[in-house]
Design a protein around this ligand. Structure first.
Ligand code: SF4
Length: 263
């Protein structure tokens, strides 16, 4: 398999299907120090060089005190490649960590979101690209149905509350076996986050669950992603989408949930 070609195709498909990037956009990629975001950055840079839709790409990292090693090797690697990278040491997040070391993801994410929007403004960006992968979508889908009573995953595209940023997840169709191999092929330094090593969490249990099933069913995540794009409301229990007169017929794509596909 040609890894680069596969990644460009999958990311290009997501961008087009969900109208993620538009003419003149300035896209800021949130680099977390991991394999996923570095893959996202590199793929977007390559697409920006080839795409007829003109857009620019820059990168930033928010330091929240969670990295297990200094992040600077990532910055050195990026700058050696001529990539525009901004490092933001987020003092409120560091204070939070000192004062409430056991804080949860909700408060951590809230602090990061505020910092990300501040940096986005400084960088003149109107789009923030996040490195969530197909694995994250599948885990979120299971987590939401098992623990929150909702059939949902993550938004492929959404907006900040004041609508000043479009938030996009172009790796929605890219599984982490691909990002791992691509980041290795680039020779990119990967700086682990302390949270990724936590055990006993729901996330860890879901990851183990998938890893176990994938030994026998390697295309499990592709199938789940297809399912997320192929609803059969007549076989679900939401009266807003259930037509008692319709019988059990397959909904036509776009009938209930229009998808914008650029020509
Ligand atoms: S996993 Fe760690 S870094 Fe990520 S949101 Fe939760 S607390 Fe923050």
């Amino acid at each position: 398999m040609d890894l680069e070609k596969t990644l460009l195709r999958k990311v290009g498909e997501a961008i087009q299907r969900f109208h993620m990037i538009r003419e003149g956009d300035r896209v800021a990629v949130g680099l977390s120090g991991g394999k996923d975001s570095v893959t996202l950055l590199e793929v977007l840079l390559r697409l920006a060089r080839r795409s007829p839709v003109k857009f620019t790409v820059c990168a930033f990292t928010v330091e929240q005190g969670k990295f297990l090693q200094p992040i600077q090797p990532v910055g050195d690697w990026l700058r050696a490649r001529g990539i525009d990278w901004t490092y933001h040491y987020d003092t409120p997040s560091i204070q939070l960590l000192e004062e409430q070391p056991g804080h949860g993801c909700d408060v951590c994410s809230r602090f990061r979101r505020r910092a990300v929007y501040d940096i986005g403004r400084e960088l003149g960006a109107n789009v923030i690209a996040l490195g969530h992968t197909a694995d994250d979508f599948c885990e979120a889908f299971l987590r939401n149905s098992l623990f929150t009573g909702q059939l949902s995953a993550l938004p492929a595209v959404t907006y900040s509350r004041k609508k000043d940023f479009r938030l996009i997840r172009p790796l929605v169709y890219v599984t982490e076996d691909l990002t791992r191999r691509f980041a290795e092929s680039l020779g990119a330094p990967v700086i682990p986050c302390g949270c990724s090593q936590k055990t006993g969490t729901v996330r860890r249990s879901l990851r183990d669950f998938f890893a176990d099933l994938e030994k026998d069913y390697p295309h499990l995540k592709e199938s789940m992603l297809s399912a997320m794009g192929n609803l059969r409301p007549q076989r679900l229990l939401d009266p807003r989408y259930f037509d008692p007169e319709a019988g059990d017929q397959q909904a036509q794509p776009g009938e209930h949930f229009p998808i914008v596909i650029e020509s």
